[in-house]
Design a binder for this molecule. Sequence first.
Ligand code: EPU
Length: 442
Amino acid sequence: MQFENKIICDGLLNKSLEVKMQKLIIYGPAKLMGEIEVEGAKNAALPILTASILAQNKVIITNIPDIADVRHTIEILKYLGCKVLFENNTVVLDSSSIERFTIPPEYAKLMRSSVLFMGALLSKFRRAELSNHPGGCEIGQRPIDLHISAFRQLGIEVFEHNNRIMCRCDKVKGSEIFLPIPSVGATENIILASIFCDGEVVIKNAAKEPEIADLCHFLNKLGAKIRGAGTHIIKIEGVRKLKSEEVVHKVIPDRIVAGTYLCAVAACGGEVVLKNVFPRHLDSILHILKSSGCKIKELKNEIWIKREERLKGGLRITTHYYPGFPTDLQAPVCSAFAVASGVTIIKETIFENRFKHVPELVKMGADIHVEKDIAVINGVEKLRGCKVFARDLRGGAALFVAGLSAQGVTEVMDADYIDRGYERIEEKYSLLGAKILREKGE
Ligand code: EPU
């Protein structure tokens, strides 16, 4: 494979960030039938791509989803000086010529995961600079106080000025860090910053998400010494140097994309086999859908789901850290239960502002009331297609699911949000029999 040599300039950065205002037009209702391959996990691919700047040799990462957030991460990697080739869901990356340690503001503002470059760059250069507080979907305040406080406990100096965050250190010192919240990003950032620490860093109350375990698996292949990933206590023993061999890694399947398919079948009815999934990562949503009348069989890397009768509501669902019910599936689940029988109650405990899809679902005829962190869903017989606006990634996916089950035409505006985390969603669902068009929005 040939590496693409790209000239970096500010103009190019801005062009790649242009808002395209995509619109998805869904002709409902759909009945979903067939088999579909689930793409690799966004939230594993992003930290793994970030971590790959530490590799001593070339890395080959497969099962990378072709989504906007991955493309933006690749832009950052190129900006920093890496040579990157992205083709057929595979990234080949050579970081031997990396020379910069600053993340430009356009990228910091765009993606929450840009914050992870801090940990990786600190391990690489003992310096890192984020030119703006990390942005991303506006689903809550999303501070980074836990990241910064952990860095300080590791002996890293952190300065904040005009929204710019600058970090530097001589050596990351072995320490024990207790996280008051098992934050996914803070856990990942501590791990990334601690690879070459003096002695050992122990993270207590670490996040247990499978994407963190995948990141650690990749880092260990590079030569890091991390134990306990996937549990509440993660130990990183500092190494002097990483291995010089080339590393190949396959990203785990996306449990949220898989969960969204399951919600879509639950909402629309039909019979679908999901391939390339790890059913054990989906226990919480599978339990909910089984309790609501869906027929489900779990095989090694496959899930079969069939929904014939109307979905039965009446559940109380609360979002939680893994292995609890994931906040990232709260919105698609709302769409499925909007057309279930009975009353379903959903409590969002992770983010403060993650019900932005609800007013749009109400426009489609849903009967949902939100009071603070609780949504009360009175299931209706059917939704009606209309023009709705995506306000964030998972909320956008929820409107897409609602559009599939609704009578008539649904236009999901600002579908760019959906493209951040779902690979060519209209093509994938068309393979299952849905009728969807993509257009540039007004
Ligand atoms: N929090 C703090 N201070 C911090 C860090 C987090 O108060 O320094 C709070 C957050 O505001 C939030 C809670 O802790 O209320 C959990 O946040 P966490 O740090 O765990 O989330 P994150 O790392 O920002 C990742 C995913 C999110 C997913 C959450 C929770 C990535 C790139 N993002 O975000 O994914 O919702 O974990 O599982 O991994 C998505 O894919 O749509 C998405 C938003």
